[in-house]
Design a protein around this ligand. Structure first.
Ligand SMILES: [Zn+2]
Length: 309
């Protein structure tokens, strides 16, 4: 997904904070060691031995090289002894970064590190002011021999093609039928494949929309960009809010159109029937949700395992 400037700045700030935290611990220990004159002495001895080694190598002076190597070894031993005398282990002096690959810079060479999407996802969720959900997993979903086995298999295939699929999927079913659970499994699979997912309840969506009412068009666009640009958007329990204001209808339509234009997938779960969705959200929004060839409407029977055959 593309990120707005504000989001990118927040992501950078998150990395900067992580680096500062990892380094601060090491700096504190270094300050302690630098107060010990034995440490400073050994430290300087190591550095000057390193310099002598480089010089001897440059001059091709074997005798000096041997001597300097001995001095380096001795210096390192002294350094280790002083560090140990403070109860510090050498690994305490290496910053303990959250990500060992990029050392909390977000970059692996000139590419984004694989930790980037996780950080970005956290930032996006925070910016929207919604909670980050812990998502279930297809691996632990017990759907075999249930009435919804076919649906699960179909949706698992859909999720396995994260990054290629662009359909709008509406999961219809009664309360407790496991729509949210299935949507969660799909979202989780997308995340596992390094995609940015926003999983938002209809209720949360409504408060996000309400916050945009005081914004100018451009600001609103930026604010909603996390919803229009993320790799997968899940709107959970559409219809449960039932108090949509005008601004909400406009926002919802904006998001659906943008995602449709950009060929980005959407998952909606709802207790409402297709007819009820048309009645409440109107033709404009509903026709986006149920465009022939670009959308799927799937009925969930319910994960009643007692009905196992
Ligand atoms: Zn990383």
């Amino acid at each position: 997904m593309r990120y707005g400037n504000q989001t990118l700045r927040a992501i950078d700030e998150r990395y900067r904070r992580a680096r500062t935290l990892a380094k601060a611990k090491v700096e504190k220990l270094n300050a302690l060691l630098n107060d010990d004159e034995n440490y400073v002495k050994a430290y300087n001895a190591v550095n000057s031995a390193k310099f002598e080694i480089a010089k001897a190598k440059f001059n091709g002076d074997e005798t000096s090289l041997l001597k300097a190597n001995e001095a380096l070894e001795k210096g390192n031993e002294q350094l280790d002894a002083v560090i140990k005398s403070h109860g510090i282990s050498p690994k305490d002096l290496i910053p303990d970064y959250n990500c060992k690959i990029c050392e909390d810079t977000g970059f692996n060479g000139d590419k984004r590190c694989k930790c980037f999407n996780k950080i970005a996802s956290e930032v996006v969720t925070e910016e929207l002011g919604i909670s980050k959900k812990s998502l279930p997993d297809f691996e632990h979903a017990d759907y075999i021999n249930t009435p919804d086995e076919k649906v699960y298999l179909k949706m698992r295939q859909f999720a396995d093609k994260a990054g290629e699929v662009n359909k709008f999927v509406t999961l219809l079913g009664k309360v407790g039928s496991g729509k949210t659970y299935l949507a969660g499994c799909i979202a989780n699979q997308f995340e596992k494949m390094g995609k940015i997912v926003v999983f938002i309840s209809s209720y949360e969506l409504q408060s996000v929309f309400a916050r945009t009412s005081s914004l100018y068009d451009l600001e609103r666009e930026g604010y909603l960009s996390a919803l229009t640009e993320c790799d997968l958007l899940v709107i959970d329990d559409l219809g449960s809010e039932m108090t949509f204001k005008n601004v909400s209808f406009t926002c919802l339509y904006t998001i659906l159109s943008a995602r449709s234009d950009k060929n980005l997938p959407l998952i909606v779960t709802t207790n409402l029937s297709v007819d009820e969705i048309y009645d409440f959200y109107g033709e404009r929004i509903s026709s986006r949700l149920f465009t022939k060839g670009k959308s799927l409407a799937i009925e969930i029977n319910g994960r009643d395992f007692r009905r196992k055959r």
